[in-house]
Design a protein around this ligand. Sequence first.
Ligand SMILES: Nc1ncnc2c1ncn2[C@@H]1O[C@H](COP(=O)(O)OP(=O)(O)OP(=O)(O)O)[C@@H](O)[C@H]1O
Length: 261
Amino acid sequence: MTLEIGGLTVRFGGVTALSEVDLTVRPGELVGLIGPNGAGKTTLFDCLTRRVEPAAGRMRFEGAGLEGTAPHEVAGRGIARTFQQLGLFPGLSVRENVMVGAHRHGRSGFGAAAIRPGRVRREERAIRRIADEALDRVGLLPLADHPAAHLPHGILKRVEIARALAVRPRLLLLDEPVSGLGHDEIADLARLVRDMHFTSDIMIIVVEHHMEFVMNLCERIVCLDSGRKIADGASGHVRRDPRVIDAYLGVVPWASPAGRP
Ligand SMILES: Nc1ncnc2c1ncn2[C@@H]1O[C@H](COP(=O)(O)OP(=O)(O)OP(=O)(O)O)[C@@H](O)[C@H]1O
């Protein structure tokens, strides 16, 4: 029950964002995806979540192709992601934001649940329970009723992860989870992701420019450069790979809190 990507190619007009990328991820793997700006990391996530249509290649998840999956069906396939730019609703409470992720477990959909017709109340209670479990997992249950607006960035990053966890994903895609976080928050987030990794069989792919975070967290690192995969292996090997140093590690500030080159 793996994620198998073969020959994945994406073009935006004259730009080849991904070029014949092969990648296999197995249950329980925690993979770091690195590479310079514009390397194609987010595009890879966009393909898996069906926001971008590849020009060529295959994507199979748990034995079935992803090509026929509509963007709104991705969560139903057990795939969840977080975004570089937080995609939370500031007018909703922390819990309501996380319930958006959990709505795939209901039949009526979040739209119906949001306007609370009587027939969806029971379902909404179940969705609320799943959301609270996810909030508990990231240590934010005490803030469940707090409006998302004006919460610190580090908390909002966790709310986004809780929203992804509420999908109860088997493949979790984290896009720059520590960007903009301080030193202690980064250490907390590393603990959280490590805990998710050790306590479940979930596949996790982490895109991150913060090298200290990603190299310490992930045993396996994949490096993209100009849309091509240039390295895939143990973090100790990849960090010494001359092609990776040349393309990326030579310019990236390893301990920068913001983590961007
Ligand atoms: N919707 C789009 N339309 C046109 N070009 C795009 C689009 N999305 C991405 N690109 C281009 O595709 C290439 C890969 O971009 P992508 O965002 O996947 O890189 P990335 O590795 O995630 O970079 P970063 O680290 O800066 O987030 C870049 O050249 C980018 O400009």
